[in-house]
Design a protein around this ligand. Structure first.
Ligand code: PEP
Ligand code: MN
Length: 347
């Protein structure tokens, strides 16, 4: 941490602050400028108490933390990409995964049709959402336990893995033996108690970025998962709250590029919740692949117009091949680019 003192700070102030710094287990180094004195404090900011409490002293102008709030998820700590493999599908580490399925499970027939269409298109990891955390309590909340039963029945028939959102700790137990990946949604991305519980369940986790979350907060939330015993964390950018209603959310592709630099974890993009409109899903997917995303999380429904939730953004599952054809050149280019980057890291 760096402490910048006010111009009027006296020698006694400098001594008192240095003593406080020592008592907080940092080593102070005093740098005297013409007008101002700076105290550089050496010590691990993650394990020591923060020196930001000293900001309230009259002789202190400001205190700057130097270290980031995350460590285990950082590229400095682990330079090579982490790959998460689920049901034979590798996510990250040079591979690009497409995960798809309906917004919500609505009935046995609807979910089975969607899964069948996904299988026909080579998709092996399916969005399976019996619980739907919705902004309004009057909107469809999912089939809940009945939806989980449908998931279980359909899994007997197909070789598939599921991604399922857990809106609260209570749903972890219900879904634990059915789902392969837990999703923590945008509205829960800073629910630290939930993150701790999900991490301890021992499955891979997709962590959506909250709609008003900084990149540092997003990676620090991922750190919660890793610190609590979950190494297989995947981040997912799904768009931020913005002033422009033309798209449902503002897809922050810059954050995807930044996250790829700062962390070794796979970074996915959800073009569906970002776009809010079917026709925008292919272009946003192409852009996501161009910027380095390790995978896409796409909504597809057998009859999207009559979907109980997110009707306007879901692709028609029986036409999913058209979407895959559309993004194919970008997918190939993105894979080529990733193998080039990995060769450079491997030296
Ligand atoms: C979802 O993926 O079903 C979902 C609700 O997404 P988000 O949390 O990004 O809104
Ligand atoms: Mn949805």
């Amino acid at each position: 941490m760096i402490i910048a003192l006010r111009a009027h700070a006296t020698e006694t102030d400098i001594q008192t602050i240095s003593d406080m710094v020592c008592s907080l287990r940092y080593q102070p180094r005093i740098i005297r400028g013409v007008e101002q004195t700076i105290i550089a404090c050496i010590g691990d900011e993650l394990s020591n108490r923060s020196l930001e409490v000293l900001r309230t002293l009259p002789a202190v102008e400001t205190v700057f933390p130097v270290q980031r709030k995350f460590k285990l998820v950082s590229r400095e700590y682990h330079p090579k990409d982490t790959a998460v493999t689920v049901n034979g599908v590798q996510i990250g580490g040079g591979e690009i995964a497409i995960i798809a399925g309906p917004c919500a499970i609505e009935s046995y027939e609807q979910f089975r049709a969607a899964v069948g269409d996904m299988i026909d298109n080579g998709i092996r990891i399916i969005r399976a959402m019996p619980f739907k955390p919705r902004t309004s309590p009057y909107d469809f909340q999912g089939l809940k336990i009945d939806g989980a039963k449908i998931m279980r029945d359909i899994k007997k028939e197909f070789d598939i893995a599921y991604v399922s959102e857990v809106p609260g700790a209570a749903q972890i137990e219900i879904l634990n033996d059915i789902t392969d990946i837990f999703q923590v949604g945008a509205r829960n991305a800073q629910n630290y108690d939930l993150l701790e519980h999900v991490a301890k369940a021992g499955k891979p986790v997709i962590l959506k970025r909250g709609m008003a979350m900084t990149i540092e907060e997003w990676l620090t939330a991922a750190e919660y998962l890793v610190v609590n015993g979950c190494p297989d964390v995947m981040l997912c950018e799904r768009g931020l709250r913005s002033f422009d209603k033309t798209t449902r959310n503002l897809l922050d592709l810059g954050a995807v590029a930044v996250a790829k630099q700062l962390t070794h974890l796979p970074v996915l993009v959800d073009p569906s919740h970002a776009a809010g409109t079917r026709s925008l899903v292919p272009p946003l997917s192409r852009a996501a692949l161009a910027v380095g995303a390790d995978g896409l999380l796409v909504e597809a429904h057998p009859d999207p117009v009559n979907a109980y939730s997110d009707a306007s953004q879901q692709l028609t599952s029986s036409k999913f091949n058209e979407f895959l054809d559309d993004i194919k050149p970008w997918l190939e280019l993105a894979r080529l680019n990733k193998s080039r980057i990995n060769e450079t890291i491997d030296g």
